[in-house]
Write a protein that binds this ligand. Structure first.
Ligand SMILES: NC(=O)c1ccc[n+]([C@@H]2O[C@H](COP(=O)([O-])OP(=O)(O)OC[C@H]3O[C@@H](n4cnc5c(N)ncnc54)[C@H](OP(=O)(O)O)[C@@H]3O)[C@@H](O)[C@H]2O)c1
Length: 309
């Protein structure tokens, strides 16, 4: 594929979107950002359609979302369902109108059942979403329904990459919005700076999660575009390994050099006990992909937050 392929990134100003935009541009693609702060509200179908039909991108990467911490998606549950449903409906309408465009969706793995030992793609529908993420997770499942229905009726092609907790540079620093690992890095970088003696961790620290460095995900999206990958079924972007919040805290403490004490505030919800994804589909499609080692990813994330805080 030549490198003048045009890509539109909805939500290209957000955490995941900005990293994808930077990676695609570094790889030579013609990338255009669509978000409210660049003058495109995905809730406005007519305006978004007009802008996209004028550009005629080959790929639409949909990183637009209203999302935040477990508390945020619970406290603002109705707003979260309302905005995200309407955005994904409009994204599919736009893709339908575009006819020959391909929609790439990062699908947060809160779409999976809350209680499951290993998240396997074929078992996505085998149980209820965890109550702590009901609002947001339901809309992520609906992405997969829309993918199937728009493919069936209109031949719309979409690629659904199911992703775990992502961390790394360019996340929001708003405590309601920051993603889990980044929020921990921020706490420890600030604690060292302020010479705090103690850091409070939200929840018990026991939940096990899979952690994906954001630049790895951006590299995968770029590979999908570059190699014109045709991924019909959802694919877990999976390492099949999980680390508890306590293990992550220890790794961050080592990097930042925090020697104070920890308190765990169990009044904050833990969410699902374990989220680890099966990697068989991933390895079949991306046999040579090398993930960033967790300690290196954390070190780069700490360096980023030291710079901006
Ligand atoms: N971060 C993670 O750990 C993680 C994990 C798995 C999956 N994901 C998925 O990755 C995607 C992006 O998440 P994120 O963490 O990057 O979120 P984020 O940092 O909150 O970014 C959201 C983006 O959506 C844009 N947006 C919001 N409302 C919009 C609207 N009405 N019209 C157009 N753009 C709108 C925002 O820009 P404006 O404010 O300028 O509109 C922003 O660019 C989501 O689908 C999320 O589920 C993220």
């Amino acid at each position: 594929m030549n490198n003048t392929t045009t890509v539109a990134v909805f939500g290209g100003t957000g955490f995941v979107g900005k990293n994808i935009v930077d990676m695609l541009r570094a790889d030579g693609f013609d990338v255009h950002i669509f978000s409210r702060s660049t003058g495109c509200d995905l809730l406005n179908l007519n305006a978004t359609s007009a802008a996209i039909l004028q550009l005629r991108p080959r790929y639409l990467v949909n990183c637009a979302a209203i999302v935040g911490s477990v508390n945020y998606v619970s406290d603002f549950a109705a707003d979260v369902v309302d905005a995200n449903m309407r955005m994904i409906l409009n994204a599919y309408k736009v893709a339908q109108q575009l006819r020959d465009g391909i929609l790439i969706n990062p699908v947060a793995n809160c779409a999976y059942p809350g209680i499951m030992d290993l998240y396997e793609e074929q078992h996505m529908w085998d149980g209820p979403i965890h109550p702590s993420v009901l609002s947001y997770g339901s809309t992520r499942r609906m992405m997969l329904v829309l993918a199937e229905c728009y493919a069936r009726q209109f031949g719309v092609r979409s690629i659904n990459l199911v992703v775990p907790n992502i961390y790394g540079p360019f996340d929001s620093t708003n405590p309601n919005k920051t993603h889990a690992l980044n929020a921990l890095v921020i706490k420890f970088v600030k604690a060292v700076k302020n010479r705090d003696e103690s850091v409070e961790i939200w929840g018990t620290g026991k939940p096990i999660r899979e952690w994906l460095y954001v630049k790895d995900f951006a590299r995968i999206v770029s590979e999908v575009v570059r190699d014109r990958m045709d991924l019909v079924q959802p694919v877990n972007i999976a390492q099949k390994s999980g680390f508890s919040v306590i293990e992550i805290v220890d790794a961050i403490r080592d990097v930042v050099g925090f020697t104070g004490t920890l308190t765990f505030n169990s009044r904050y919800p833990d969410g699902a006990p374990k989220k680890v994804m099966d990697d068989r589909c991933f390895r079949a499609k991306f046999p040579d992909f090398q993930f960033t080692d967790l300690n290196n990813g954390i070190a780069e994330t700490v360096a980023y937050y030291r710079e901006i805080l």
